[in-house]
Design a protein around this ligand. Structure first.
Ligand code: PAF
Length: 282
């Protein structure tokens, strides 16, 4: 485990001089089996694997859960050791954001849609910290979960626009037996809410099947929202059918065969906001 960019750099340089490649999985800790599957994917695609644990203050708005975000460093380190992660980077806030720094990364457009409407600060904080982490770790390959589909697309765009020499791989969403996507914030769910939470994925799955059969998107999306509400969710931020690259809404017409499409949803259950997504095959 290393805490500074200088110590990290010594490992990375030694590996690269020895002809090794570096796979990287950035995390905010509170690791679950979804994170570990990303580390395993990085291991399949590089000879060395680095994970970072950093609860990034710039992606939390005032009033969000930065102070209470679950922090279990000892448990996280043991979990990473169990999947043979070679090195864990645990930087301080000062290491990531040196005092006086004023430089941020904004992936405009993609960051302002969907989740960006409800959490306007969020993707600017994510892009900024991921760009900084890439500069520290200098990975050849990096793995981001498809669970955070919008984040994955924003990082792809940032890498393309800024020319970071890193290959991005999307990792499949890990799910509980009832379909709920694994997330560190699932720890917040009250027992009754946990039981109802699987309904978001079930509604998206049903919607995906109906769209693939050619049903009108407006009808499918209305039903998906109704199913989520009926399951006990409160505010539904969005259930949207979008182009998988641009994240722009698709027109309200039956999907033509071969049209790439993705369904994304975000809704509140109790005090917890859940997001999920699914591809649509036609
Ligand atoms: O997905 C996350 O856990 C975070 O947004 C990330 C990519 C580690 C940046 O802080």
């Amino acid at each position: 485990m290393v805490r500074t960019r200088a110590e990290l750099g010594r490992h990375i340089r030694a590996w690269k001089q020895a002809g090794e490649s570096v796979g990287f999985v950035p995390t905010m800790g509170a690791l679950h089996s979804g994170h570990l599957s990303l580390v395993e994917k990085a291991r399949e695609n590089a000879t060395r694997t680095v994970a970072s644990i950093f609860v990034n203050p710039t992606q939390f708005a005032p009033g969000e859960d930065f102070d209470t975000y679950p922090r279990n460093t000892e448990t996280d380190l043991a979990k990473l050791a169990s999947v043979n992660c070679d090195l864990v980077y645990l930087p301080s806030v000062e290491e990531m954001y040196p005092p006086g720094n004023t430089t941020n990364v904004r992936v405009e457009g993609l960051s302002d849609l969907l989740d960006g409407v409800y959490r306007p600060h969020f993707f600017y904080g994510v892009a900024t910290v991921v760009a900084r982490l890439f500069l520290h770790v200098q990975p050849d390959v990096t793995v981001f979960g498809e669970k955070d589909y919008q984040q994955l697309q924003i990082i792809r765009r940032m890498v393309r626009d800024l020319g970071f020499p890193v290959q991005i791989i999307g990792g499949e969403t890990a799910r509980d037996a009832d379909g709920l996507a694994q997330s560190s914030r699932n720890l917040y769910l009250a027992p009754d809410d946990r039981i109802a939470a699987g309904a978001l994925q079930a509604a998206l799955h049903r919607a995906s099947v109906r769209l693939s059969l050619g049903v009108m998107p407006s009808e499918v999306l209305a039903e998906a929202r109704a199913l989520v509400a009926a399951a006990g969710f409160g505010k539904i931020d969005y259930v949207s059918l979008v182009d998988p690259d641009t994240l722009l809404d698709l027109p309200d017409a039956p999907l033509a065969p071969g049209t790439p499409a993705r369904l994304l949803g975000a809704a509140w259950i109790g005090k917890t906001r859940l997001i999920d997504n699914i591809s649509v095959a036609r």
